[in-house]
Design a protein. Structure first.
Length: 280
């Protein structure tokens, strides 16, 4: 029975989320049960795409990514895939009418990571951010508003800003690993060697602007998605605050983290704040 196959597919997407990201997993658990699995499905797809280009160094990543792209095309055409992650993802795509151009733009950015390592201009950087993060936020927004086109268009800019903020925080935190292990420099005119307090401050101010614009959209989200997104927002704001307090020299030599015990405390406080209707 295909129902059993679909159940296994969805469990796989959930397991990928819980294994790869404790913070995203915690936030997703705070979503309403009707939409929670669909966010797992999107995360599983995004994570596996990213994993191919970032982690499989002992294999031909170009060949593997091409096979994954072909399997994605077949999954979206046939509405089924023997790749469990793609099988659950295609179900979410059709359930909420997620536009194919969002998926193609994301995959194009992932493919870019196979060949491009330096983003020299703001335009190149913004294009990459849009493809690697903003469109993921838009896919999730489709789920949050349950395919409501009017609500989607109303919150689109906020979702993109939130996606940009999350991705830029990741880039700043991972500056050392990206530069040393992947030879990548995402921020224009700023790499591991040139990061100083002035360049760090400029990056943080840009991220703060994205956060402020994104937060306005959180306030307008449906009830069953607002708490989960608010918790993700609070986590990344906390991570940004840690980066802000960390000297540039230390960011260049270590990866800043939010400890799990601190994540639990953040979750608890966010939940209380939400229940007391203080998210406004």
């Amino acid at each position: 029975m295909k129902e059993l196959f679909d159940i296994v597919s969805k469990k796989c997407s959930k397991q990928v989320t819980e294994t790869y990201s404790t913070s995203f997993s915690l936030a997703t658990r705070m979503l309403g049960p009707a939409i929670r699995q669909d966010i797992y499905n999107i995360y599983g797809f995004v994570r596996f795409s990213d994993e191919i280009v970032d982690s499989f160094h002992d294999y031909n990543k170009g060949v593997l990514f091409g096979r994954f792209e072909n399997a994605l095309d077949e999954a979206l055409l046939d509405k089924i895939s023997l790749n469990l992650i793609l099988n659950s993802f295609q179900e979410t795509v059709y359930k909420y009418n997620i536009q194919r151009d969002l998926i193609d733009t994301f995959m194009a950015s992932m493919r870019l990571d196979l060949t491009k390592s330096v983003y020299s201009t703001t335009e190149e950087f913004n294009d990459y951010i849009y493809g690697s993060a903003d469109v993921v936020g838009l896919m999730c927004l489709k789920v949050f508003v349950k395919g409501d086109t009017e609500k989607y268009n109303q919150l689109k800019e906020s979702a993109m800003n939130l996606g940009s903020a999350f991705q830029k925080v990741n880039f700043l935190r991972d500056l050392k690993d990206d530069y040393e292990n992947l030879s990548r420099t995402y921020f224009p005119n700023t790499n591991l060697e040139s990061l100083d307090e002035d360049s760090k401050t400029k990056i943080i101010e840009e991220i703060e602007d994205n956060f402020n614009r994104g937060y306005q959209g959180i306030l307008q989200l449906p009830h069953d998605s607002k708490l989960g997104v608010f918790i993700a927002y609070r986590y990344y704001r906390r991570l940004l605050k840690k980066l802000q307090k960390t000297p540039a020299t230390e960011i260049k030599n270590s990866r800043i983290r939010v400890p799990n015990i601190e994540k639990i405390g953040l979750l608890t406080r966010s939940y209380v704040k939400y229940q007391l209707n203080l998210v406004k």
